[in-house]
Each structure stands twice: as C-alpha cells, then as structure tokens.
Design a protein around this ligand. Structure first.
Ligand code: AHR
Length: 499
C-alpha cells in the first residue's frame, strides 16, 4: 500500500482564499441559458422565467462569479439586441455555435438571475468584431447611474440601480482561428490596450482581463502573452488562461495528473507576464484569470461535429456526462487553483448548466448534479481564510503525457477556528495511506471527512440515475495527538474539515 506523509505549517501561507476562485461561466451556447437556467413554463420557474430548481443547485455549488455571455459567442454578439422590450429583440444567427439566438435573456435579466444565486457578474465585451465604442456604450449602459441616454435606457428597461460590473473580459480566445474576428497578437494587443485605456478613462477601478492563449498547446503560446502584454500591460489587470483536459487512449494515469499541467501552464504565464513587467520597469503585477477550465471531451466533440443544415434554437451541444475519474480531476484542478492563489486570483469553471457543466436539466423535468458538482461545491463551502502550502512526501509514478507525478496531492486552508484539507489519490489500483501532521494548526477534531470514489471509476450520474455517484463519509479518518491518518481509495478525491 503506498504511504504518503503531509506536513501542514500554519506559517506557510500562500495567499488569502480568493472567493473568485470559485467562479463559473454561462455562455449563450446550446442549452446553457434556454431550458438550462431559463425556462418559462417550467413548474419551478419564477416570474422572470428562471428555473428555481437550478438556482438552488447553483447556490449549493457555491459559484461566486459568473462569466457571461461567452465564450466564442461573444465575438458575434451585439449587446444592444439583448436589452429593452423582449418582443422587439431580434433573432440572430450565432456563427460560433451555428445556432439561433432569440435574445430573450440579456444583460438585465441575467443580472437579476445573478442576484438569486448571490454571485458576481464578470462581463465579456466583443472587441473582435465591434470595437471600442460599443464597449464604452455597454459600460455606460451597465454601470452609469443615470442621466445619460444609455443609462436612462437601462432605468427605463426596469433596472434603476447600475449593475456596477467590476470585472470585464476584453474579448475571448482572440488567438484561435475558430474565433469570429480572430487576430494576430500584435493587432489584438494594440486593440486591447486602446479599449482598456478608454474603459478606464470612464472608471479607473475596473478590473480588465486581456486574452491570453486559448490553450498551452497553441503554436503561439508564450509569444502571444508576451506580445499582447507588451502593448497592454499598463492598462489591464489580468491575463486569461484556458485549459480543458480529457482522458485519451485509455491512459487514466496521465489524465489523473492533469493538474500538474495546469501548474506548469500557470508558471509559464506568470513568468511571461513578470518578464514583460520587469522589462517595462513596472511596479505593477498582472494576475491570472483562469477563466475557462474543466474536463471536456473535446476530441470526441470535434470528431463527431457535423455541420447541421438547420439553424436551431438551443440545440443539445457539448452535453458531456462526467465520470468519477472526471470528478477527481476537477477536484484536483481546483486544488491547484487554490494553491496558486498568490497569482491566480480569479477563475471560472467552464461551464455551469448543461454545457460541459456540473448541473444538468431536462426541459420540463428535473435538474441534477453531475459527479463534478461535488468536489467543487464542497471545496467552495469548506475553503476559507488563508491557503497554506503543504509539504508532501508522496511516492511518484510515471505518466506518458506529463512525466513524473505524485500519487498523492494536497492543499489546505486555515481560518481562525477551522481548517480544511483537500486530497487526491491518483493511484488507479491501490488505496493510499496518508498521515497528516496538523500540530501547527492546533486542530482538535475532524468534523467532516468526505471521499468521492467508486469501484467503477467510469460511473456517472444521469437522468435515470441522478445520484449514482455522491461523496461518502470516510470512516478511516482519525486524529490523535496532532497526527491525522486517513485511507484514500484508488482514484479518489477527499475533503477534511477540522475544528
Ligand atoms: O467553453 C466552451 C468554449 O470553449 C468557449 O466558448 C470558448 O471560449 C472555448 O473554446
């Protein structure tokens, strides 16, 4: 049986737990909005047409910020279409997902939905095919109190108080040839700088996210960030990272080590941003907004993608059904984001409902939790105070994709009267026996020990079996004289709460 020893040092503080680490993402894509969070006529719908069963699950998930309205969608979007009287809103073609957009849900409705879920709006502007002036108009409509044409329009549309959106994304994945209006790093860097400078002239306290690479496998990765930041460094606050992982060719061992790749990705982007900053002799620091991350069976999606002739409204797209192994990877990726809280100060699980999502719905039917829902919601609930970096002494294993990886990975958070430890066992065959030295925390007892595992690592939650996979109490956890022992089953994710 593999054994690992972890030491938690109260003094080894990385950074505060950032609530924005638990962000998510709603794109006008597939059934994310329509029949996902919005379905007038559904038995649980409120007066705005929002499904309250979904609202309850989003609250339970603990999503803090929500990036909106895309994604690839944003690059063909005219924000003006989605405000004002609903009967006058145009139906448009969305080229990104070859779908019809009815615009029945727009900024004002979505902001009302966010209030129900207690989360913050992170808004993306279309810099790809529109430009500076429409971005400024949207900013005026959204954030100006009143007394201008656009802010008065918002008031007349039923939203007297400004939305006061703080975080803004300057486009989406502008390096990707699939993006409507994609650009070279040089062109995008200049445009992003000019757009950001203008937006900050209106409000210097905005937090602006410039697009980094759409993945570390992009041929321009690294150079893209450098060039874009050379143009925009002094005007923006964050550079974005996007990463999706999936099991390939039956190589579960590599898949379970995906978080090591995320770590490497963050290192590269931070080093590049700091390099540009140092070259500019700037005192300012650019943080990472990891605003798309998840497991996504993208290869299968790309291979099966048929161009449908018909333009459909809210077609079923990207509705991946997640396994136990997927949930372990999602839990581990979130642990990595937490451990990097010194530089990753905002993140968005992509996405929230139906589209590569922790929450699924059936039109007219139920809403349920995917396997990946559980590690996210438990981490969001338990992580508080400060992130501390554990010293991990774990056996390692060799992966085909990422080289050597630890069998056991961990991160911890400590607050005044409580602490939490998050763990994964990447061993696909054996239970790992873990000892955690918690003496420096002065913890007296374990209040919760939850493990997500299953004999069938490919078990899923489905419409027919909505709770096939749920976390269970881990009865092996014991705390004696400051030494906590616990057994972690093969391919598992675990959370411990301590008082
Ligand atoms: O999240 C799905 C898509 O993935 C987003 O629209 C895009 O930004 C990324 O390529």
């Amino acid at each position: 049986m593999p054994r690992a020893h972890i030491t938690l040092d109260r003094q080894a503080v990385v950074a505060p737990v950032r609530r924005r680490t638990f962000g998510s993402f709603v794109e006008h894509l597939g059934r994310s909005v329509y029949t996902g969070l919005y379905e007038p006529g559904h038995p649980t719908a409120n007066e705005d047409g929002f499904r309250m069963d979904v609202v309850d699950l989003v609250r339970e998930l603990g999503a803090t910020t929500v990036r909106y309205p895309g994604g690839n969608f944003v690059s063909g979007f005219r924000w003006e279409d989605s405000v004002g009287p609903r009967e006058r809103r145009p139906v448009r073609r969305d080229l990104a997902w070859r779908s019809l957009e009815s615009n029945q849900v727009g900024l004002d409705e979505f902001a009302r939905w966010l209030k129900l879920t207690d989360s913050e709006l992170m808004l993306a502007v279309n810099v790809a095919t529109r430009g500076i002036l429409p971005a400024l108009d949207l900013l005026e409509y959204a954030n100006h109190p009143s007394g201008t044409t656009l802010s008065d329009q918002r008031v007349a549309n039923g939203t007297p108080q400004p939305h006061d959106v703080r975080m803004w994304c300057l486009g989406n994945e502008m390096d990707g040839p699939w993006q409507t209006g994609f650009m070279t790093a040089d062109d995008y860097g200049k445009l992003a700088a000019r757009t950001a400078a203008a937006m900050k002239r209106a409000d210097k306290d905005l937090e602006l996210v410039v697009c980094g690479s759409s993945g570390s496998a992009m041929p321009t990765f690294g150079d893209w960030e450098r060039t874009v930041l050379e143009h925009s460094y002094e005007h923006v606050d964050y550079v974005s990272c996007h990463a999706y992982y999936q099991e390939q060719d039956g190589d579960l061992g590599s898949f379970l080590a995906s978080a090591t790749d995320m770590d490497y990705f963050i290192d590269t982007v931070v080093a590049t941003a700091d390099h540009v900053g140092h070259k500019k002799r700037s005192r300012k620091r650019i943080d990472v907004s990891f605003d798309e991350w998840n497991v996504w069976y993208l290869k299968e999606h790309q291979e099966s993608e048929k161009v449908h002739e018909e333009w459909r409204h809210a077609p079923r797209l990207l509705e991946d059904t997640y396994t136990v192994a997927d949930a372990v990877v999602v839990g581990n990726l979130l642990m990595t984001l937490l451990r990097r809280s010194d530089r990753v100060t905002s993140a968005s699980l992509a996405q929230l409902v139906n589209v590569i999502a922790p929450i699924m719905t059936e039109p007219g039917g139920p809403a349920w939790r995917q396997t990946t829902f559980h590690p996210f919601s438990i981490t969001s609930r338990l992580a508080s105070g400060e992130v501390i970096r554990p010293v991990i002494d774990s056996p390692v294993y060799e992966t085909a994709r990422y080289g050597e990886a630890c069998l056991v990975d961990a991160v911890a958070t400590v607050d005044e009267d409580r602490a939490a430890v998050f763990l994964v066992n990447r061993d696909v065959r054996e239970t790992a026996q873990v000892t955690i030295d918690v003496r420096s925390l002065g913890s007296a007892r374990v209040t919760e020990a939850l493990t997500l595992a299953d004999e069938d690592v490919y078990a899923k939650n489905t419409l027919a079996e909505q709770d096939r996979v749920t976390p269970a109490a881990n009865k092996s956890a014991a705390l004696v004289d400051g030494l906590l022992t616990i057994d972690l089953p093969p391919t598992s994710w675990t959370a411990l709460a301590l008082r």
